[in-house]
Design a protein around this ligand. Structure first.
Ligand code: GLY
Length: 396
């Protein structure tokens, strides 16, 4: 076992959340080891994502439910994530010289039948009552906004502040920024096989590289940001209830549709990109860590999208793929300190909102690391709400 020089913090997982956490810790004055199992940073869920920055769309119906507390909590956290995006994109582009498509064109959630249109109209009022931009638009107005919408559209919920970002470009820039950071020691093809503690505090992690070599990395802070794989990080004092939730997507040639907004509808969403692709997503499947793409699922997505944008039915299909979201039993993320082990912090379980929540999560973790109040209340995201404590794990 090789003993690596101590760092202030180890970040376990190099997806977008891990990269932004590492960057925020460096900005707070810490030296960081960023440990990624795969050969490249961000090669899993982060680059599979559609990049929707759409807290209001995600919350639209939850806010109307009788028990809307969960939706309200999530909305507040997600809005804080959305607020960080313009400056995140600007700073990453400036640091790396890479272009990141951040498309500030809003989202339109459409209804193809009257009952659903009624729900969207009520949702518009619920958002407006919270001071958020939202408007119900009728059939004609919806088709003026998006002329390729189906003739049978009943109306839509226009959310002018729910934007989107090219997740692949964003993750590429975040990865380049951390790789270039002198205060970050980057280890790829490397997994954590033990988290060591002494007197109730983290002391470091044991790692194993692809070739079987083992290292010991001393640190007083360990941040678990391994997405859907967070539950399988060895040596944690609790079993994290992070569940893999598969999402399949397809990119089509979207020139036929000419969409401007992200368009959401029953069973699928459509995310138009500047290069004229439209990403159609996404399935929600409990299939373990399987990332195979199946034609039936892709057909189902295209058919669902074609219900409201008919020309997409015959659009050329360019590529299909799948990613694994980190789900949790209550669909809230797991962000905050371990209640029993000092210096152990979780930043995972972001489910459908990993891209959106990455910057606010990073900011919160960095605040915890240096003893400041996090910018949002993390109590609803407490790690012990959906975990079992494991006996006899850890130790020096
Ligand atoms: N953020 C949308 C999805 O996970 O499908």
């Amino acid at each position: 076992m090789v003993y690596r020089g101590a760092v202030d913090a180890v970040v376990v997982g190099g997806g977008l959340v891990g990269c932004l956490v590492a960057r925020a810790l460096v900005a707070a004055g810490l030296g960081v080891a960023l440990i990624e199992r795969d050969a490249e940073l961000g090669s899993r869920a982060s680059t599979a994502a559609a990049g929707m920055l759409s807290p209001q769309m995600e919350a639209a119906e939850g806010l109307l439910a009788e028990s809307s507390a969960r939706a309200e909590t999530m909305l507040t956290f997600c809005l804080a994530g959305r607020d960080r995006y313009p400056s995140l994109v600007e700073s990453l582009s400036r640091e790396t010289g890479l272009e990141i498509e951040y498309r500030a064109r809003g989202t339109l959630v459409v209804a193809t039948e009257p009952t659903r249109a009624g729900v969207l109209a009520t949702a518009a009022a619920a958002h407006a009552a919270r001071g958020l931009a939202a408007e119900f638009v009728d059939h004609d107005a919806a088709r003026r906004l998006e002329p390729s919408l189906a003739a049978g559209i009943e109306g839509g919920l226009l959310l002018p502040d729910d934007h989107q970002v090219d997740a692949v470009a964003l993750v590429g820039a975040a990865a380049r920024a951390v790789a270039a950071e002198p205060q970050v020691r980057l280890e790829v093809n490397c997994r954590v096989v033990g988290v060591d503690t002494a007197a109730g505090r983290v002391t470091g992690v044991r790692t194993e590289r692809l070739d079987g070599a083992t290292d010991y990395q001393a640190a007083n802070l360990v941040v678990v940001a391994a997405g859907a794989w967070s539950g399988s990080v060895e040596g944690l004092p609790r079993r994290l209830d992070v569940l893999p939730v598969k999402g399949q997507m397809v990119a089509v040639d979207g020139r036929v549709a000419g969409l401007t907004h992200t368009v959401g509808g029953h069973g699928a969403y459509c995310v138009p990109r500047g290069d004229s692709r439209v990403l159609i997503g996404a399935t929600v499947e409990r299939a373990g860590f399987d990332v195979t793409v199946d034609e039936t699922a892709i057909e189902g997505l295209v058919a669902a999208a074609a219900e409201y944008v008919p020309v997409l039915k015959h659009a050329d299909r360019l590529r299909a793929w799948a990613g694994i979201r980190p789900g949790t039993p209550d669909a809230l993320p797991i962000v905050g300190p371990d209640p029993d082990i000092g210096g152990l912090v979780y930043a995972t379980g972001h489910y459908r909102n990993g891209i959106l929540l990455a910057p606010i999560t990073a900011e919160a973790v960095a605040a915890l690391a240096i003893g400041l109040e996090p910018p949002v209340d993390l109590a609803p995201f407490a790690p012990d709400r959906c975990t079992d404590t494991l006996q006899g794990v850890g130790g020096g």
